[in-house]
Structures are given as C-alpha cells and as structure tokens.
Design a protein around this ligand. Structure first.
Ligand SMILES: [Zn+2]
Length: 403
C-alpha cells in the first residue's frame, strides 16, 4: 500500500467528534479521525447503490488522522507528549509579544539518555529536573517549572507556529420522538470547528495521510468527501469540504532515525561527562540504535493474553521488542458510526501523542525497512479504522533547545 496526502478545505463548520450518550452534548475534537472520513466514504457508497462493495473498498484503504493547518501546503503534527513549555511564558518563541514566549522544547531525548545512563550505573549530582533555561533578564535564568505543551504545530523554515482551530457552540432543541410536546423538548449543544480561524480571516484546512492499494480508491474517497461532506449533521449546514491531493514533504524516515540518534549521542555525551565527574564510568556513546514510536491517533493495544495494555510491544523477525522508555496516557475510546448511526463499543486505548522509545542492537540502516513497514501498517487493533497510526522518530524530539 502506498501513501499519499489529502487536503480538505473547510467550506462549512465541521463536526468531528463522537456523541456523548445521555449528556445532551455533541462534542467535537480538533482533528478528524480516519474513522470519520471512512464513515463518509461508506455513506457515499451506499447512496450510489454500492453498499455491497463497501467491505472490499475499505479493505484496500487506510485513512489516518487529518490535522488542522493554516498553510495549504503543510502537514501539521500533534506535539508529542514529551513537549514542554514554560509555565509563565508559554508558546513558541516570537509568536506572542505579550506572553514573551520562552519557547517549546522536547524532553524525550534528555529523559531517555538520563534513564539509560542511570541503568548503566551512572550517578548524577542532581536529579533529572525540567526547568526553563531561558533568560528572564540579562544574566538571570527564568528557572520556571515546565509543563506539557499540547496541540498542533506547523513549521516554515526555522519558524514554528501553533495551530488552534476555533470552536462554535450552538444550542438546539430536540423534540421527543414519541410526544412532540414542548415539555418533552430537550436542549442539546453542538460544538463545531469553523472554516476560518484567528480573527476570522485565515482559512482552515485539514491534511492527513491515506494508504491505498491503488489510486482509484483515493480518487473515490476524494469524490465521496466532496459529495457527502465530513462529520455529523452534514444535511444541516455542517461538514462541506473541498478535498484534493496535496504534495507534502516530510523528512524521510531513514533521515529521521539518523537525526534522532545523532541528537541523542550529543545529549548522552554531555550527561555522561557530568556523571563522570561523580566517578561513574560510562560508555561515551549510546549502545545500539534508538528510535521513538509516536502515536498520531489513539491505539488499542492488547498483550498476548488479549488483555488491554498501555505498553506497545513490537515484533522483529518473530522476536518481541519491548520499549525501554515511554510517556503515555490512557484514554477511553467511544465514538459514533456515521455509516450505521450507532454508538461504537468503548475501549481502553493509548492517547494520541503518546510516545515509546525502543533500542536495538542493529545498525539503523538494517531496521529502516522494518520501521517503514510498521508505519504503513500502524499498531494494535482496528488499524483499518485509522487507529494506531504512528510516526517513527517524530521530528519534534530533535528540538532539545526551546524554539
Ligand atoms: Zn521561562
């Protein structure tokens, strides 16, 4: 299966979320899960009298999450769970004058080098601590606590920008299905994402990856989204989009793995030097090839006994590969099938942006084809619904210094 990118230009507010049953609250989320797009595709097939082909058509198609962007040529990514920002001066550098942002950086490589060096017997004068290292005033460090930075970002050259879709809240009345009496009326709220953001001038797009066994399926998906729209309530003024293919340049996987390892080696060296001052004898270089596996959509993972787990175990040539480090969050996955109009069963999943680090005693070049295959397939259950979408060595992990 080959992958390509599709871009959706929003023409109406869009609803992407599931329905919280009984809550009277139609929530939305700020990305479009692959399952929502697949639902639209199935709906389109049905309306064209091709219901019997749905199963076969979706089998050759895997749709990833679509992320919000303001640049029609850029694929935005969710910040990994290890991205941190200054508590007092949050945000990317130079993007907010009033906040005097101290930048966002990533803590994964430092945390991994530290924990690996400790595992190898290293002792440090101070515990691993995350503090803001930016200048508050000349000669004085900020030293504020760092907290997790969430959301989506795009990068243009060396400049980073956070993407925050807006939100429209509408209250609607639903009448009782049995007695259309006024006292039976229920209020429910609909949350949606407007097609423009900021002061209402900037167009919002969603860009995502699609894997298909042939290009005809991608063409069909595009036609389907253009005809039936995306998300819920498409007949009531929501979800109209313009879908088209887009050329995206993401750093190739092999290069991401190499850059990840050379950055790790740098930090490793600095920390090893520090530990050496305390008398620890440590290897000057990381032993083996390291890589991170970052979730772009929630993943439903199970252990060999079929029990839900939050730990991702990979398989390389028949042998299990366990992560050496991870930063993960559990989440309950609900959802609503637009294809069938029914709620989906709830499952325990690992949240998007969670990240795992693995180490292997093989050179990077020999594991790259395997990693490419992993990215193509995704991990865990229900990958055909867009769950378990991954990115190997998320480029933001290289941002060790605030950007
Ligand atoms: Zn600071």
């Amino acid at each position: 299966m080959m992958h390509s990118y599709l871009r959706l230009t929003l023409e109406q507010p869009i609803r992407s979320g599931g329905i919280k049953i009984g809550g009277g609250y139609l929530d939305t989320q700020d990305c479009l899960p692959g399952s929502v797009l697949r639902g639209a595709f199935a709906e389109w097939m049905k309306s064209h009298g091709r219901a019997s082909e749905i199963r076969r058509a979706v089998a050759g198609l895997r749709i990833g999450s679509f992320f919000p962007t303001t640049d029609p040529q850029a694929y935005s990514l969710p910040l990994p769970a290890t991205a941190v920002k200054c508590k007092l001066h949050p945000g990317f550098k130079g993007t907010d004058a009033t906040l005097q942002s101290h930048g966002i950086r990533d803590s994964l490589l430092a945390a991994v080098a530290y924990s690996e060096l400790v595992r190898l017997g290293g002792r440090f004068p101070v515990p691993f601590l995350l503090r803001c290292s930016e200048q508050k005033s000349p000669g004085e460090k900020c030293y504020q606590r760092m907290e997790r930075a969430k959301g989506y970002y795009i990068r243009a050259g060396s400049a980073y920008r956070e993407i925050k879709p807006g939100e429209i809240l509408q209250t609607k009345v639903s009448l009782s299905r049995y007695r259309r009496a006024a006292q039976e009326a229920q209020l429910y709220r609909v949350v949606s994402i407007p097609p423009k953001i900021g002061d209402g001038q900037e167009q919002l797009y969603f860009v995502g990856r699609v894997w298909a066994s042939d290009s005809q399926r991608v063409d069909d998906l595009c036609r389907a989204l253009n005809e039936v729209g995306v998300g819920g309530l498409t007949t009531r003024g929501f979800g109209r989009v313009r879908c088209e293919p887009v050329q995206i340049t993401l750093k190739p996987l092999a290069q991401r793995v190499l850059d990840f390892n050379s950055k790790l080696a740098q930090i490793w060296q600095e920390l090893a030097d520090l530990a050496q001052q305390c008398g620890s004898i440590l290897p000057a270089q990381p032993p083996g090839t390291y890589f991170s596996l970052d979730l772009l959509s929630p993943a439903v993972l199970t252990d060999p006994e079929d029990i839900p787990t939050l730990v991702a175990t990979l398989e390389y040539q028949g042998a299990p590969v366990q992560p050496i480090w991870w930063a993960v969050q559990g989440v309950f996955l609900g959802g609503f099938s637009t294809a069938w109009g029914l709620p989906k069963p709830t499952a325990l999943a690992v949240a998007a942006a969670s990240t795992y680090v693995f180490r292997m005693d093989l050179p990077a070049t020999s594991i790259v084809p395997w990693l490419e295959e992993l990215e193509r397939r995704g991990i865990g259950r229900r990958t055909d619904e867009g769950l378990g979408e991954i990115l190997i060595c998320h480029p933001f992990h290289e941002e060790v210094k605030p950007v």
